[in-house]
Design a protein around this ligand. Structure first.
Ligand code: FNR
Length: 352
């Protein structure tokens, strides 16, 4: 479709195809949605100073993250319940990601078994992990991710529970019939928010990282870091990577835009581990802005769901190809011949 020339075009088309409650579940944020808007506003203000006469013909978009080759410096952010958006759910997302390939971080709340997603995946596949009050549940989820051959765990640390999202409350949002968190031992949940209050570990602390280390050998990233102090603590606790994120504005409306937080985090981490960013990436120039401010890679959330709604695997592929093409053009125009390779983790022992 020639009308799909930007990620915003995909969003507009997705909004026509999805039911209003599902659209609002995807698009909404916490409270008055300030942090949701802030993510975008920061990118809209941001610029990259072009370099000229750099002799660049074909920028190299590839990078290496945690020992794996990435064709592009962006990955699919973990988002829940893709079967709500397309009948093939996360299978379609993984197929769409396999083409380039683009790495895919699968949500704990995926609506398709991890093994089925892995069977059609083409690039790095990681698991986003929620920590449950019942550690047996957390172990169950990790065990399935390991069995599916996933390459890393990304613990979400900004969600003691899912926040009050007013759009969902106003609509009394319920998961449509048949949509289940199939990778949980107790897959039937009706309201994600209510389930999180019951099941998520409400009082997580840094000790959870040591526990995770004791049950898995997979590299461990933390997603949802905002403060530079917390980034330093994460490195001190032996994480393999940090994701600067405010959960796409879905958890805390007074949280700053992630792009504004990035430089202080990068400064503090000082190359000890890769630093990723998500929130508000809606085009190739946004990716370049984040890289320019020190991110090693970014994650993309809602636009992937828009592609999924528009055309299943083909729509996801369309969104990712478009983003890659825009990034390549942005790098060319800005005189950036390549993506700086991410640091490997320095050998700091993890705390016992
Ligand atoms: C999310 N996000 C999310 N994060 C997470 O750690 N686990 C999850 O299950 C989900 N689920 C989820 C569902 C939906 C519908 C959305 C929109 C988001 C947050 C996600 O990983 C990411 O942080 C943001 O989506 C990034 O912002 P953008 O790219 O959507 O602006």
């Amino acid at each position: 479709m020639t009308s799909l020339l930007t990620l915003h075009d995909y969003a507009a088309e997705a909004s026509r195809r999805l039911s209003p409650p599902v659209w609002d579940f995807i698009e909404g944020g916490q409270g008055d949605e300030r942090s949701l808007r802030a993510n975008r506003e920061a990118f809209e203000r941001a610029t990259v100073v072009p370099r000229v006469l750099t002799g660049t013909a074909e920028p190299e978009t590839g990078t290496r993250i945690l020992g794996a080759d990435w064709a592009v410096p962006f990955a699919i952010a973990p988002t829940a319940f893709h079967a709500m958006v397309h009948p093939d759910g996360e299978r379609a997302t993984a197929r769409g990601a396999a083409a380039l390939p683009v790495p895919y971080v699968v949500s704990t709340m995926a609506s398709v078994p991890f093994a089925d997603i892995a069977a059609v995946a083409g690039g790095p596949l990681w698991l986003q992990l929620y920590a449950f009050a019942d550690r047996g549940v957390t172990r169950h989820v990790i065990g399935q991710a390991e069995a599916a051959g996933m390459g890393a765990l990304m613990l979400t640390v900004d969600a003691p529970r899912l926040a009050r999202r007013l759009r969902d409350l106003r609509r009394d949002f319920r998961l449509p019939p048949g949509i289940r968190a199939v990778n949980l031992p107790d897959a039937d949940l009706v309201s994600p928010g209510e389930h999180s209050r019951r099941a998520f570990a409400p009082a997580l602390d840094w000790g959870e990282l040591a526990w995770l280390r004791s049950v898995t050998e997979l590299p461990l990233l933390v997603k949802g870091v905002a403060a530079a102090e917390d980034a330093a603590l994460a490195v001190a606790h032996g994480v393999d990577g940090i994701v600067v994120s405010n959960h796409g504005g879905r958890q805390f409306s007074a949280a700053p835009a992630t792009l504004d937080l990035l430089p202080a985090v990068v400064d503090r981490v000082a190359g000890a581990v890769p630093v990723l960013l998500d929130g508000g990436i809606r085009g190739g120039s946004d990716v370049l802005v984040a890289l320019d401010r020190g991110a090693d890679a970014v994650l993309v959330g809602r636009p992937v769901l828009h592609g999924l709604a528009v055309g299943g695997a083909g729509g996801v592929r369309g969104v990712l190809d478009l983003l890659a093409e825009e990034l390549s053009e942005a790098m060319l125009m800005a005189g950036r011949p390549r993506v700086r390779p991410a640091p490997a983790r320095s050998p700091v022992p993890s705390p016992a």
